[in-house]
Design a protein around this ligand. Structure first.
Ligand SMILES: Nc1ncnc2c1ncn2[C@@H]1O[C@H](COP(=O)(O)OP(=O)(O)OP(=O)(O)O)[C@@H](O)[C@H]1O
Ligand SMILES: [Mg+2]
Length: 500
């Protein structure tokens, strides 16, 4: 038995125009929960994809459990006891949860015919280990992002695996679900399973992990036991300079609320989740929506954007009752919506990053139906710069960019429309700590210039730091409004739970 269950040496990987990994040494101790950290584009996902057989390294060596291996494919590595959950969840959308869980095993070729009774049992056991009770027969594209993530985790756990590799597993989970996942990870560690874990959430790393490896620009910065680090030291390692500008305190409260109401909701009901919303959004206000998964926050944004229609109630824009038939109507009124699931509603994978940014501004960039290429590139360049999007060139195909940089490009797309109301659903998901502070700072300065923002986030500290006011949702209604000194995590939790 070796102490190092995973070892990678001198790993190099080049893509056109970028060296993603430049001679990286990496190892994980047996039974360890190991965090891989670094800024967006540092090379974390690439390292994981090499370990798990999805990419081939240009050079370097990999060993698993003391034996040199050449990771050939995900299934090859799975057969050796290494299971993976990628950053971009790769479930088959119109197959059921049960089929998805069974699928991975089917491809190993051990089973020609799937034994569905056995598969169902296995799927149900895997889900119940996660403490989940979900409908096994529902196609996974009808699940929320969090539920899909859970199915992906259950699929990985349905194998007898020695090492579980997870690229940002909690980015679409709320705090309760993350806590459930961590309990599970700890108990599996007790049974000897080793975990490799990518996260941008510092808190999780300190709560869960034993050791951390930091990458920067494709190079190894260092490997440390977590107990030897504090937030400041870790962030400094990640960004390569003093971290004090990133780890900032809470901002000063806004001096005065502007009176003008941009948009108001009165008794709005719709779909299965929204059961009665009444509130106003003011000019220059950053209004946060806090609540549990399924409490109707995303549905609120969708209704305000004309993606769904309310069943009853009134939405007013500038005091006038308004019904958007479709998102185009909302865009014409300078509403913008940056959706939660960039893979499903956001990124156009085979287009360049500049086309992805410009796609919402095509009308403004065209004359007599012809899009000006130079104006399009100029617009894309401007926002690539403003949001610090890391791309080899504005023409890089977006699907080859790192996860966090894709997320930034989607945000850029909507900021480029110069909205007056910006609807944000989990805007900093997958974005590194340094960039997160920059982006929230940018949103605050746009709000100071009059932009109104309605923002959903499951990270309550992010809402508290960014918003002027937080509405708390419970069961599809807004039950509390917190501002100023009342915006604390305890107050949010109490309001969600229904106590005070
Ligand atoms: N298939 C690909 N083709 C071209 N370039 C790629 C490809 N995959 C990754 N890259 C580039 O390699 C670099 C590292 O990307 P990687 O996805 O590993 O970053 P990351 O650390 O996972 O970032 P994030 O935190 O944003 O997910 C980036 O510059 C990215 O654009
Ligand atoms: Mg990544």
């Amino acid at each position: 038995m070796t102490e190092r269950i995973v070892e990678m040496r001198g790993i190099r990987k080049e893509f056109p125009g970028v060296v993603a990994l430049d001679g990286v040494d990496f190892h994980i101790g047996r039974g360890e929960i190991h965090a891989l950290m670094g800024e967006n584009g540092a090379g974390k996902s690439t390292l994981i994809k090499i370990l798990t057989g999805m990419y081939r390294a240009d050079s370097g060596a990999v060993s698993l459990d003391g034996k040199t291996v050449e990771p050939r494919s995900v299934f090859h590595m799975q057969s050796l006891g290494l299971s993976t959950i990628y950053q971009e969840i790769s479930l088959v959308p119109n197959m059921s949860a049960c089929q998805n869980i069974a699928l991975a095993r089917e491809k190993t070729g051990f089973l020609r015919k799937i034994d569905w009774r056995e598969a169902r049992g296995r799927a149900r056991r895997a889900l119940s280990r996660l403490g989940l009770d979900i409908d096994l027969d529902r196609p996974v594209n009808r699940f929320s992002a969090a539920e899909q993530q859970m199915v992906a985790i259950a699929r990985a756990l349905s194998f007898d695996c020695k090492v579980v590799v997870m690229d940002e597993p909690t980015s679409s989970l709320n705090e309760g679900e993350s806590a459930a996942l961590f309990t599970l990870i700890r108990s599996l560690r007790g049974q000897g399973v080793t975990f490799l874990f990518v996260s941008h959430k510092l808190r999780e790393v300190f709560e869960l992990c034993d050791a951390v490896t930091v990458l920067r620009d494709g190079r190894l910065v260092g490997r440390r036991p977590v107990r030897e680090l504090d937030q400041y030291a870790l962030v400094s390692m990640m960004i390569g300079r003093d971290a004090s500008e990133v780890i900032r305190g809470r901002r000063a409260p806004r001096s005065e609320a502007r009176a003008k109401t941009v948009c108001s909701l009165e008794g709005v009901k719709g779909g299965a989740r929204v059961k009665g919303l009444t509130f106003d959004i003011h000019e220059g206000e950053i209004l946060g929506l806090a609540g549990l998964l399924g409490s109707g926050r995303t549905e609120t944004l969708r209704m305000l954007f004309g993606a769904d229609r309310p069943d009853s109630g009134v939405i007013r824009v500038d005091g006038v009752e308004t019904r958007f038939a479709m998102p185009r109507d909302a865009i014409d009124r300078h509403f913008a919506f940056c959706p939660e699931d960039r893979k499903l509603d956001g990124v156009i994978p085979n287009m360049s990053v500049s086309d992805n940014i410009a796609v919402t501004s095509i009308r403004e960039l065209s004359w007599k139906g012809v899009v000006s290429r130079s104006r399009k590139l100029a617009l894309a360049r401007e926002y690539i710069k403003r949001l610090n999007v890391k791309a080899a060139s504005p023409l890089q195909t977006i699907k080859t960019m790192s996860g966090g940089n894709q997320q930034k490009a989607i945000l850029a797309r909507w900021l480029a429309t110069r909205p007056r109301l910006l609807l944000l659903d989990e805007p900093t998901r997958g974005i590194d700590v340094g960039a997160k502070a920059e982006i929230l700072g940018l949103i605050r300065s746009l709000a100071a210039g009059g932009l109104s923002v309605l923002m959903v986030s499951s990270e309550w500290d992010e809402l508290i730091q960014t918003c002027d006011r937080i509405l708390v949702y419970r069961d599809g209604t807004n039950v509390a409004s917190l501002s100023g000194a009342d915006m604390t995590e305890d107050a949010v939790i109490a309001a969600i739970a229904g106590g005070h």
